[in-house]
Design a binder for this molecule. Structure first.
Ligand code: CUA
Length: 141
């Protein structure tokens, strides 16, 4: 290999490592750990998905209040994906049936509004209709 080739390969390897390190805080597990450390009070919400609806223990949340979503599937593979009112995906969980522990993720809503929930794992004939809604309200000052 020439010096130029070694130089380019080294640059790519270093960039790869740096970008991975810088993006760690954006990973759901990292965000969950940070939220758990920062907030003494986390609102716990249980989600059970089954063909083709969700059982959600609480559908109303407050702006700025961290919420721990513990979600599981009662039958087949489902998704639990929450959309911002503007249509952007905020987070998504894949719910695998038969697991001992539910999938868990902490999320803090920053704006009030109606947040759509959709299943993004194909789960049968009525998959497209598997939706729900969460409401986020502003806390009284
Ligand atoms: Cu549940 Cu698709």
């Amino acid at each position: 290999m020439t010096r130029t080739e070694i130089g380019w390969i080294s640059t790519v390897v270093v960039l790869f490592i740096v970008v991975n390190f810088l993006s760690i805080t954006y990973m759901p597990m990292s965000r969950t750990a940070t939220a758990e450390k920062a907030a003494p009070v986390i609102q716990n919400v249980d989600v059970t998905a089954r063909s083709w609806s969700y059982e959600i223990s609480d559908r109303e949340f407050e702006v700025g209040q961290p919420v721990r979503f513990s979600a599981k599937s009662a039958d087949t593979m489902h998704g639990f994906t929450v959309y911002h009112p503007n249509g952007k995906i905020l987070f998504s969980m894949m719910l695998i049936p038969g697991l001992e522990k539910p999938a868990s993720l902490v999320y803090t809503f920053t704006e009030p509004g109606k947040y759509k929930v959709r299943c993004l794992e194909y789960c049968g004939i009525a998959h497209h209709g598997m939706q729900d809604e969460l409401t986020v309200v502003k806390k009284d000052a």
